[in-house]
Design a protein around this ligand. Structure first.
Ligand code: GLY
Length: 373
């Protein structure tokens, strides 16, 4: 088993192993966190992983209730949060409760937010079951719900007590979910570690549950990058903005595609477009841009969108980005692989309108798919 300690106040451990959930780790080290335990998961996982976690913990003497809510980003709402809170209240769960969040980013985000405010805060353990939640959502304490005004607009920074990463849960992960995680791992490498980028590139055929050792090594490396960044900047005042690489463009694509495009696909295109801007600004050389392009092709990301077809609409979508400062859209740019560009001591920066116009036209040629409906 590997461990990483996230050094925040208070610190917490990320445990990583194949078949981790079969061990008595939770019982042995975290039993003291509550008198009553509740697993929160989604409807799709409740009968499978939820039930088997509940059974495993029961054999160790830890009886947990299990609450679930409908699967999907569209259920990451204030209403679902209220439903979960009322379910807990109805059964008189108090401050001596410990929540265990089991699932992808939607589950960890919403259960984390419930835990942060229930009885003014109860402890939570995260068991991420998607690659994306393992390397991203479960580390760094972002919790939130979506609103009709935008995603993740209501939430807290609130850290879990521990994170348990068991690669067995990835064996049944759908292809699209898998790609969402791979893109975030590539993003972490691009902003922080050239060696990891090279490994992800050269050993692509081994990044799957059939090679648990390599998979665990890469997940741990990706978690270590995220851990390092959130340790420097827990509340996203500076360095944590680097994690937005590819997301300024990626989010605008998701809006214009009505969220029908996969998050990973949108962010992969976003990374390429922001890398192209880095080339245009003279920070990144063309050869490196081509290496970045190649890794997404090798991982068979579709790299197609019609979002750039109408430049004005694209710019309107861009401005909604939460990093926008005084009406100026901000981008993370690269000097090289693992080398983000810094300007005036900042990790994000605006770009000239002429570069944006030229980029949108290039992107429409490069990624343009069927016309917008
Ligand atoms: N997912 C980006 C962050 O945690 O800051």
């Amino acid at each position: 088993m590997q461990t990483l300690v996230v050094n925040l106040q208070p610190s917490y451990t990320i445990y990583l192993a194949h078949d981790l959930l079969k061990t008595s780790l939770i019982f042995d080290h975290y039993r003291h966190l509550g008198h009553r335990f509740v697993i929160i998961t989604d409807d799709q996982l409740a009968a499978t992983s939820g039930q088997s976690l509940q059974d495993n913990l029961a054999t160790q003497g830890l009886n947990c209730a299990l609450f679930s809510f409908p699967t999907g980003e569209e259920h990451k709402t204030r209403e679902t949060k209220q439903y979960l809170e009322d379910s807990l209240l109805k059964q008189q769960y108090g401050r001596d409760t410990c929540i265990i969040a089991l699932g992808g980013g939607v589950v960890t985000d919403i259960a984390g937010f419930v835990a942060a405010t229930y009885c003014r805060g109860v402890p939570i353990l995260y068991i991420p079951t998607t690659l994306l939640a393992m390397v991203d959502a479960s580390i760094g304490g972002k919790t939130a719900v979506n609103t009709p005004y935008g995603k993740n607009l209501i939430g807290t920074f609130s850290q879990p007590k521990a994170v348990f990463i068991d690669t067995v849960t990835l064996e049944t992960l759908p292809e699209k979910e898998w790609k969402n995680g791979v893109v975030e791992m590539i993003k972490h490498a691009l902003i922080a570690d050239e060696k990891i980028f090279k490994q992800l590139s050269d050993k692509r055929s081994q990044l799957n549950p059939e090679h648990p050792e390599f998979l665990l090594e890469m997940i741990a490396a990706s978690c270590a990058i995220k851990k390092f960044i959130v340790e420097q900047d827990e509340k996203e005042a500076g360095m944590r903005q680097l994690l937005n690489f590819g997301h300024t463009i990626g989010h605008a694509i998701e809006i214009l595609e009505n969220y029908k495009i996969g998050h990973g696909e949108a962010v992969a295109i976003g990374i390429l477009v922001e890398s192209y801007i880095s080339v245009k600004k003279g920070f990144l050389n063309q050869e490196i841009f081509e290496q970045i392009e190649k890794i997404f092709q090798d991982y068979q990301l579709p790299l197609a969108t019609c979002a750039f077809q109408n430049p004005e609409k694209f710019k309107q979508a861009l401005i909604l980005d939460k990093k926008t400062l005084a009406n100026q859209v901000q981008y993370v740019l690269l000097d090289g692989i693992g080398k983000p560009h810094m300007e005036n001591q900042r990790y994000v920066m605006p770009i000239p309108e002429a570069i944006l116009d030229e980029t949108i036209s290039w992107a429409d040629n490069r990624f343009g798919a069927t016309p917008l409906q």
